[in-house]
Design a protein. Sequence first.
Length: 64
Amino acid sequence: MNIRVDLTDEQSERLAALAESLGVEPADLARAACIDLVSQPPDDFREAAKHVLEKNRELYRRLA
């Protein structure tokens, strides 16, 4: 799938500078950022996992 994203000049410059500092092409960095974003678990899963971890924190500490 091809997607076009319009960036301001400032955003484009920041993307280019960051990509250069990482040694990658700006398009590859943008692609990686998009993949990372869509690969994140949904907020409801994240909240449920956080709740379980907090609820059982003492148990997990004792098991470690």
